[in-house]
Ligand binder design. Structure first.
Ligand SMILES: *[C@@H]1O[C@H](CO)[C@@H](O)[C@H](O)[C@H]1NC(C)=O
Ligand SMILES: *[C@@H]1O[C@H](CO)[C@@H](O)[C@H](O)[C@H]1NC(C)=O
Ligand SMILES: *[C@@H]1O[C@H](CO)[C@@H](O)[C@H](O)[C@H]1NC(C)=O
Length: 757
């Protein structure tokens, strides 16, 4: 047991150092706050017997979230997703399921209808596609009189929707026309990017265009709007694929960005009904010694199209426990590569081996891959069908650019070691001083969302919000004005994009550097920044780039909690700092406590082993973050004169803690045993009873005195109502054993209700 504790302690002491300084110069970021599931303030939607909630469409016009799952589509209230407005089932038939399993697919899982595409059409109806037991099928859907109605006009979904539900795909509706990237056949081969219209346009079937790709994201950028060069709108495609351009014996995957022009009609002879404007380039997110692959992309255009930025999350190809990163790409940098960069061309070397090198020959005019613009029109080409064969043949053979698209600032916005990033959305927040900041919400493989900002190159993760227990990868993120919707295979969670109430003190609020929040001196609370605050800034404190909390008022936390212990017992004193970035400091009678045989300093507590009379005194716990010191709690520790009793462990808790709940349940059982033992064997019953109760009262009172009001009832109630915990599924049995194991002994909690049992 001692060993275990020691290990825990060492881990705690060393982990910050190894994380920030380790592995060369690669930076890393620790979330300032970890928000547990039960305090995340989210709302969960899941329907009994339905899984795979991984397709979403925001209908702000209807104030609804349309949610696609396995064999079902839901219409949920956008303000409260636990309110189900409507639902429609779209199951596979027995025959479809049987045919599918006869072809060797898993009947119970794969041979179902996974909703994969949900788009709003111009006529207010929706377009929906599902995998339909490996026969991708699409239909029209409307919402009327409180019902979701599938029209039953089933259309072939090949090329729009994947056959295989486990395959990545992407699609976008542009001016009422569907663009999609997926594979065209049952075996998941024949990748294609297509536009579905009467005259559909496709990519060329050649591994020069797509080489075992994973499609990630598609985005329509309105570059045609008041464009001085008379250029066209573009549809960008993000994917990863096996590289053709590296001399490597092993397969190397790379991240790519490709694009086509909206007005592309294909060529007349060459590239007939194929994209004549398909160009692709490598997408670079530089982290030393890591080959990262793009996992998701979100684009944000604060103004016209020239302001558009793509935010992409990357994870390593092989070991996803390594670094994940976010890189941003400016539209102008992308444009430069495609419209001015050099091309790569295949050059045969030796026998049957092709090397891709920079193309240094003549580039035809009009330049291959450009949209029909003023220059082309001047030459007499008004549509792609007019383009000369020379230009078209060039693009058919050489769609790959030599140059990569570089990340903005040539470095990632965010790098983090540990759980892999899966999805990203980005919101713009207006700070107190009216500056705009891009707030990233990043989903992870372990079912949490990180909220992060990059302040002039400094990466700040404000929070890691835990959402699914047991952990479940985040599969989709959608953002409305004030809310975030997080989908996984097991359910959907709705979160607010800011929860300023989570910051309890002025220091906590200001040091969080959350652009949505500021400390309101008048209201004496951390408030969501609104227009009123911006007009009278003097009463609100916010310091985003510096984290300057010097204007915060001084707080008095000098009240102390009295704790008594028996000779030779182990005492645990709780102290949970607000922030993971804070350094905890314990003092005994004003002298700093160092770890020793007697004292172990844990992240949330101080353990005193074999406490003797010397251990008595005044203990204070403070934390220091960015040079600001907060005293969290003080304890007056005294030894009982009646000594030598059994294994009794005093345990006073500063504030709500995830593990405590479990301990309470255990303690309950133990408390009964111990009290029974004590009272029966060693001490007279009335004495024992009264003491226990006294301590409890005193502790509870002073512990919550300095907490904000909303904190009081919640935590007291939770800790005291044991029924909750017994039924609480958030605490798994593995957590239970860790609690017991790592404490080494069962802690006995002094709580009023327990002692009265
Ligand atoms: C659907 O959800 C179930 C339950 O979590 C999961 O086991 C399965 O892999 C999911 N299927 C797909 C295709 O994602
Ligand atoms: C701004 O927030 C404060 C609370 O901090 C509130 O009293 C005030 O009414 C809000 N103003 C607006 C315009 O919402
Ligand atoms: C505590 O006391 C026990 C028995 O008295 C002893 O075995 C153990 O080593 C002591 N632990 C420490 C940390 O001194």
């Amino acid at each position: 047991m001692m060993f275990l504790l020691a290990v825990l302690c060492v881990l705690y002491v060393w982990s910050p150092a190894t994380l920030t300084g380790g592995l060369g110069s690669t930076p890393n970021t620790i979330p300032r706050k970890t928000v547990a599931i039960r305090s995340n303030g989210g709302r969960l939607f899941r329907e009994e017997g339905v899984w795979n909630y991984t397709t979403m469409l925001l209908r702000e016009d209807l104030n609804m979230l349309i949610l696609g799952a396995r064999e079902a589509i839901f219409a949920l209230d956008l303000d409260d997703i636990t309110v189900k407005k409507a639902m429609v089932n779209w199951p596979v038939t027995n025959k479809e399921q049987k045919d599918c399993s006869n072809k060797g697919k898993d009947a119970a899982n794969d041979c179902k209808n996974y909703i994969r595409i949900l788009h709003k059409r111009n006529d207010d109806r929706m377009y929906v596609c599902g995998t339909k037991a490996f026969i991708p099928t699409c239909d029209y859907m409307s919402y009327a009189d409180g019902n979701l109605i599938l029209e039953g006009k089933q259309e072939d979904g090949k090329g729009k929707c994947p056959f295989d539900p486990s395959q990545r795909y992407t699609s976008e509706i542009v001016d009422g026309v569907l663009y999609s990237a997926t594979s065209l056949n049952f075996r998941g081969l024949e990748p294609v990017m297509m536009r579905s219209s009467e005259e559909s346009i496709w990519t060329e079937f050649s591994n020069t265009w797509f080489n075992e790709p994973h499609f990630i994201h598609m985005a329509h950028i309105r570059e045609g709007e008041s464009n001085p060069e008379g250029d066209d709108d573009k549809i960008y495609l993000f994917f990863s694929e096996t590289a053709v351009e590296y001399d490597s014996y092993t397969k190397v995957d790379v991240s790519r960005i490709a694009r086509v022009c909206k007005g592309d009609l294909g060529g007349l002879r060459t590239l007939q009904r194929k994209w004549t404007s398909f160009l692709k380039a490598r997408l670079d997110c530089p982290i030393p010694n890591n080959n990262l692959l793009v996992q998701d992309v979100f684009h944000l255009c604060p103004g016209d199209w020239t302001t558009c930025v793509f935010y992409a999350v990357f994870t390593p190809q092989l070991d996803s426990s390594q670094y994940s990163a976010v890189c941003a790409y400016k539209i102008e940098d992308i444009q430069t590569v495609f419209s001015k960069g050099k091309f790569k061309a295949p050059v045969p070397v030796e026998k049957s081996f092709v090397k891709w090198l920079v193309y240094s020959g003549d580039v035809p005019d009009p330049r291959p891959g450009t949209c029909i613009d003023n220059h082309a029109r001047k030459m007499g080409f008004t549509k792609s069908l007019d383009l000369p064969d020379k230009t078209l043949q060039f693009i058919k053979d050489k769609p790959l650019m030599d140059q990569a698209v570089k990340a903005s600032g040539e470095k990632p916005l965010l790098v983090k070691r540990g759980t892999a990033f899966t999805r990203i959305v980005v919101a713009t927040a207006m700070a107190l001083n009216r500056a705009s900041h891009q707030v990233m919400f990043i989903g992870t493989k372990s079912g949490s969302v990180l909220k992060a900002v990059n302040y002039d190159g400094e990466m700040v993760i404000m929070e890691e919000i835990q959402l699914f227990e047991p952990s479940e990868p985040v599969k989709i993120l959608r953002l409305s004005n004030t809310k975030l919707y997080v989908g996984s295979e097991v359910g959907v969670v709705q979160l607010s994009i800011s929860e300023c109430g989570r910051y309890h003190t002025c220091l906590d609020c200001v040091l969080a550097r959350d652009p949505y929040c500021g400390w309101d001196l008048n209201a004496d609370q951390c408030s969501a920044i609104n227009g009123t605050h911006r007009t009278r800034t003097s009463t609100v404190i916010q310091s985003l780039s510096d984290g300057d909390a010097s204007r915060c008022p001084q707080t008095d936390n000098s009240k102390s909690v009295s704790v008594s212990f028996f000779h030779d017992n182990t005492v645990k004193l709780w102290c949970q700092p607000y922030s993971n970035l804070a350094q905890v400091q314990w003092q005994l009678n004003g002298q700093p406590i160092k770890a020793s045989n007697t004292f172990q300093i844990l992240s949330d507590s101080l353990m005193i082993f074999n406490a003797s009379a010397d251990a008595s005194g005044r203990y204070t716990c403070s934390s220091v973050e960015r040079n600001y010191k907060t005293q969290h709690v003080a304890y007056d520790l005294k030894m009982w004169s009646a000594s030598g009793t059994g294994a009794l462990l005093h345990d006073v808790k500063e504030k709500e803690n995830t593990l405590v709940a479990m301990v309470v349940v255990l303690s309950l059982i133990l408390a009964m045993l111990v009290i029974w033992n004590l009272c029966k064997g060693h001490l007279p019953l009335p004495f024992c009873h009264r003491r226990v109760k006294d301590t409890a009262n005193r502790c509870e009172q002073s512990l919550y005195e300095n907490q904000p009001p909303e904190h009081k009832p919640a935590s007291t109630e939770n800790l005291n109502s044991n029924n909750n915990h017994v039924n609480d599924q958030r605490f798994s049995s593995s957590q239970l054993s860790t609690t017991v194991g790592s404490l080494g002994q069962i802690s006995l909690k002094y709580r009023e209700d327990e002692s009265e049992i």
